[in-house]
Design a protein around this ligand. Structure first.
Ligand code: HEC
Ligand SMILES: [Cu+2]
Length: 332
């Protein structure tokens, strides 16, 4: 009885793994690219299932029919059977053709370029965050990419330092981000929503903390986003805490590493011109709220091991940090 219960418990645990939601499952595709790879997977899965059933059936039949029985002589081994040798050489070859043809077809179908009018997005991997540039729109942002629904998107991927891999599983396959090289993915997202992903190639201490978000917007929302990103940074109100924050920013090391349009030209870290409009910070791992911003500015490596944004020296005062947070949040 306890054994049955143990089995039931194990089965329940295993099945509960199928409950979802699965924000990063390639089995829930939301673009033409992801649908192509998912269809290939399903296709090969059923061929593999067929092979499994045939092989296991033969195995069980052989075990039952030829098992040892009292008084039965030892079966005579067989040596050299031309027909069988040909059969078990040919069968795997045929199976491989059934796997290879759709695979190669899918590789070609997903390796092509998007049509010439596709939205161009340049993705640059950094330790440990993503930079997105829209060369035709003049937009630069970090960690959260926006693309319009139903439109072809041409993503060009490279890296500023080591090898990373851009991977938003429900939209497109994994592609390496290699310094000095450009890889591409073309896809057309088919439903509005947030699609998370992450770096898929080990890239150092905080590889696991290098997540990303692709927001697929309806046309009008995408246009609003582009217009907001193209606008200059909001000017803080006179006498506000945000204005003090801007002053702290302008006399701190921040400006050597970060760009805020018209304020500082740094290119080591993410562009902060509209940082207040993003939902997360630091490679998509922390919510963009006052508490996390304050902790991050005070001591980024404590939140994210190895962070290139080091602790500020001399340390900022709590008042300075509060002012900086207000300033960053005003940059919508
Ligand atoms: C040595 C260069 C450097 C300096 C100095 C620096 N940062 Fe950063 N900052 C970075 C890097 C690199 C990242 C990305 C780190 C990551 O996500 O792993 C970053 C990330 C950030 C982020 C998160 C942005 C996002 O969208 O994810 C904020 C906010 C930020 N820095 C604010 C500041 C402020 C305020 C200062 C000044 C007090 C400052 N930084 C000083 C390099 C720097
Ligand atoms: Cu990585």
């Amino acid at each position: 009885m306890p054994r049955t219960r143990l089995w039931l418990l194990t089965a329940a645990l295993a099945v509960s793994g199928c409950a979802g939601p699965f924000p990063q499952s390639t089995l829930q595709p939301r673009s033409d690219f992801a649908r192509a790879t998912d269809a290939l997977f399903t296709d090969i899965f059923w061929w593999a299932a067929l092979v499994f059933v045939i092989v296991e059936t033969l195995l069980v039949v052989a075990l039952v029919r030829f098992r040892h029985r009292e008084g039965r002589p030892v079966p005579k081994p067989m040596h050299g059977h031309t027909l069988m040798e040909i059969a078990w050489t040919l069968a795997p070859a045929v199976i491989l053709v059934f796997v290879a043809v759709p695979t190669v077809r899918t590789i070609f179908a997903t390796a092509g370029d998007a049509p010439a009018d596709a939205l161009k997005v340049d993705v640059i991997g950094h330790q440990w965050w993503w930079e997105y540039r829209y060369p035709e729109l003049g937009v630069v942002t970090a960690n959260e990419a926006h693309v319009p629904v139903g439109k072809p998107v041409q993503v060009t991927i490279t890296s500023a330092d080591v090898i990373h891999a851009f991977w938003a599983p429900r939209l497109g396959g994994k592609r390496d981000a290699i310094p000095g090289r450009e890889n591409r993915i073309a896809f057309r997202a088919d439903s509005v929503g947030d699609y998370s992903g992450q770096c898929g190639e080990f890239c150092g201490a905080s590889h696991a903390n290098m997540r990303l978000l692709v927001r697929v917007d309806a046309d009008s929302a995408f246009e609003r986003w582009v217009a907001a990103q193209r606008a200059g940074p909001a000017a803080p109100a006179a006498g506000s805490l945000a204005e003090q924050g801007k002053a702290v920013y302008s006399r701190s090391a921040c400006l050597g590493c970060h760009t805020i349009q018209g304020v500082s030209p740094g290119v080591i870290g993410p562009n902060l011109t509209h940082v207040g409009s993003r939902s997360t910070i630091a490679g998509g791992i922390f919510p963009n709220d006052s508490a996390h911003l304050a902790q991050w500015i005070a001591d980024a490596p404590a939140l994210k091991p190895g962070s290139i944004m080091t602790r500020m020296k001399p340390p900022l005062t709590d008042a300075d940090i509060a002012a900086l947070v207000a300033y960053l949040q005003s940059l919508q």
